[in-house]
Design a protein around this ligand. Structure first.
Ligand SMILES: Nc1nc2c(ncn2[C@@H]2O[C@H](COP(=O)(O)OP(=O)(O)OP(=O)(O)O)[C@@H](O)[C@H]2O)c(=O)[nH]1
Ligand SMILES: Nc1nc2c(ncn2[C@@H]2O[C@H](COP(=O)(O)OP(=O)(O)OP(=O)(O)O)[C@@H](O)[C@H]2O)c(=O)[nH]1
Ligand SMILES: [Mg+2]
Ligand SMILES: [Mg+2]
Lengths: 290, 273
């Protein structure tokens, strides 16, 4: 689709034999529109296109006879480079290794906790799922039933102080030889000070080796606001994008990665326990560019 | 002489505000085009007028809220993509109806997700509404039939049907929803069915595709726009109003039972501009 979009511009350019600064302006505007229509944040789009302009000018596309190839390749490469940055592996440090999943309401955290626990089984790890949402109706039951259905280990508790609950889970893990804890936290608004403090307290007390922001790939312009605040509060280690089984382009991914400079580690494409896969930058970029 | 000279920077600033609100490129261009026409006509002569004119233009695109008849026995069908806020919104709606002296039944027709029954049971308790749990298996259309049938036989005023979240692009799940809808329409032809699509205000332009597909499946009457208590503006519903003529009737502004508002065009555009 990016090629169709530029074919008119490029055939005009081809006929002239070289690219003028005006042609480049038109092309960059088309790239801007494409990214905006993919739901990338407006300001992120401007930053990206401005820095892309510098890249392209440096490549002497003005004198190139195949400007469209250079420009499309530049967009593609720049995006792949962005998404490839950072450590996309999950690292298990500490005994037990603690992984926390955080994010806005309904983004898919609880479901993703189950998927990760199942995945870690394949890695040969003994994982304990810890219910850390004491607010949402039946959150405890949801994680418990998810665990039972998929033969995962669930930490049963009636401790209503969240910090004490996690301490109990750590103690239990040590006694029962679980090497990994996954904390399923409550969905919260990044502007909810009290709840963001709760997250900060969990981070300070337990220093999870992975703090994953679970982002809904349907998110539009707001993706920057929420991801940034979560990152500022607890210095996330990575992102998991959910609901990638829809037809959205997922521009939120670019907004998030560019604004917090943290890697996307996994994407989820469905509700079943196995619907989680490693994030591949080049595959994602082809989808984003349509 | 014009204070607002229609300088490029002015339009760019407006464009930025609209785009940041998830209004989308096409709709933003359409709105700015209308604004420029009115500037040309000499209608606008000051900066404040610009904002007021913009709000007017957006309000003209939005449709008036549409509501079910409070005093009529009826079915309210609730659908939408995963995690949009359906079950929570049903709790809020039920509470509102009960406060207005209606006898409300909640049909727990999400027979798929873990603890879906447990969750809606808690909301039913909070809203003083009866929760009907399907007795005969997991088929959603049968569950919906059972729920409404029970409701009618036991004198309920409103039967609110909760459905499982689904991607609008999943053919099997959309067919499942279509079947549920046609069963309700064919088995209860004389009971009005009010169809609500729940949309998450943090979503981007994909909501237009959601609205199109759900409208085809279950003849959506109106939108319940959730999570407006966050920083997202929910502007994508303006495009939905423009292209599908779908109104917004309810707004979710939090996770508590009281956090439901009737859609107000003025408040909505004020938050964008
Ligand atoms: N289609 C699809 N649905 C998903 C995906 N991940 C999660 N879901 C669904 O999204 C809905 C919300 O998932 P939850 O796991 O409850 O989300 P959550 O972030 O824990 O929600 P809160 O705890 O309320 O903040 C459920 O219906 C899930 O089955 C995905 O990748 N694709
Ligand atoms: N802040 C805020 N959160 C909301 C609002 N409405 C719902 N939520 C939260 O969003 C999350 C998902 O809500 P649900 O009611 O489970 O959504 P659902 O559409 O029924 O989800 P599925 O059935 O899994 O598709 C929960 O954590 C709710 O508390 C709202 O208006 N504001
Ligand atoms: Mg959860
Ligand atoms: Mg639900």
């Amino acid at each position: 689709r990016i090629t169709e979009r530029f074919s008119n511009i490029f055939s005009k350019i081809k006929n002239k034999g070289k690219v003028t600064e005006d042609d480049l302006k038109v092309t960059l505007r088309e790239i801007k529109l494409l990214l905006l229509e993919a739901d990338v944040n407006y300001r992120i789009v401007n930053d990206f296109v401005n820095s892309l302009k510098e890249d392209i000018v440096g490549k002497e596309v003005y004198r190139s006879l195949k400007p469209e190839h250079i420009i499309i390749k530049s967009v593609n490469d720049k995006l792949v480079e962005l998404f490839s940055a950072g450590d996309r592996e999950l690292h298990f440090k500490g005994n037990p290794a603690i992984i926390s999943l955080v994010g806005l309401q309904g983004s898919g955290k609880t479901t993703t906790c189950g998927k990760l626990a199942k995945l870690f089984q394949k890695y040969g790890r003994r994982t304990l799922l810890v219910p850390c949402d004491i607010k949402r109706p039946a959150a405890y039951d949801q994680l418990k039933q998810l665990s039972e259905k998929n033969s995962l280990n669930f930490f049963k508790t009636s401790q209503n102080d969240l910090i004490k609950r996690i301490e109990d889970a750590v103690g239990f893990a040590l006694r029962e030889n679980f090497d990994t804890l996954i904390l399923d936290t409550a969905g919260r608004l990044h502007i909810d000070e009290e709840l963001m403090d709760e997250l900060k307290r969990i981070e300070t007390e337990f220093k999870p080796c992975e703090k994953i922001f679970v982002g809904d790939s349907l998110t539009g312009q707001d993706a920057v606001n929420s991801a940034k605040t979560f990152n500022e509060m607890i210095n996330i280690t990575g992102v998991i994008l959910t609901k990638m089984d829809g037809d959205q382009k997922g521009g939120a991914a670019l907004s998030i990665v560019k604004s917090v400079e943290k890697p996307i580690k996994f994407i989820c494409k469905g509700e079943h326990i196995d619907d989680i896969e490693k994030f591949y930058p080049d595959r994602f970029v082809s989808r984003l560019l349509g | 002489s014009a204070v607002f000279g229609g300088k490029r920077e002015d339009y760019e600033f407006i464009e930025e505000q609209l785009l940041l609100s998830d209004i989308g490129v096409e709709t933003t261009q359409k709105i700015i085009k209308k604004l420029k026409e009115r500037v040309k006509e000499g209608v606008i002569i000051g900066r404040e007028n610009i904002v007021e004119e913009l709000k007017k233009i957006i309000k003209e695109i939005l449709k008036d809220p549409l509501y079910f008849d409070l005093d009529e026995k009826g079915i309210i069908l609730v659908s939408g993509v995963n995690g949009s806020g359906k079950t929570t919104s049903i709790g809020k709606l039920a509470n509102y109806l009960v406060k207005n002296e209606k006898k409300v039944l909640l049909g727990a027709c999400d027979t798929f997700r873990a603890a879906a029954f447990d969750q809606i049971e808690i909301w039913g308790n909070r809203a003083n509404s009866f929760v009907y749990l399907p007795q005969n298996g997991k088929e959603p259309a049968a569950a919906a039939f059972e729920s409404v049938n029970y409701g009618i036989e036991n004198g309920y005023d409103k039967m609110i049907i909760d459905t499982a979240g689904r991607m609008h692009t999943n053919k099997n799940l959309m067919d499942e929803l279509k079947k549920l809808y046609s069963v309700l329409k064919s088995k209860f032809p004389h009971i009005p069915l009010f169809s609500i699509l729940v949309i998450d205000a943090t979503n981007g332009k994909n909501t237009l595709h959601q609205a199109k597909n759900f409208k085809d499946a279950v003849n959506v009457d109106t939108i319940f726009l959730t999570k407006m208590d966050g920083t997202a503006k929910g502007g994508s519903v303006i495009t939905i109003a423009d292209e599908l003529s779908l109104p917004i009737s309810f707004v979710g502004v939090g996770e508590s039972i009281e956090d439901i508002d009737f859609f107000d065009k003025n408040l909505f555009v004020d938050s964008i501009l």
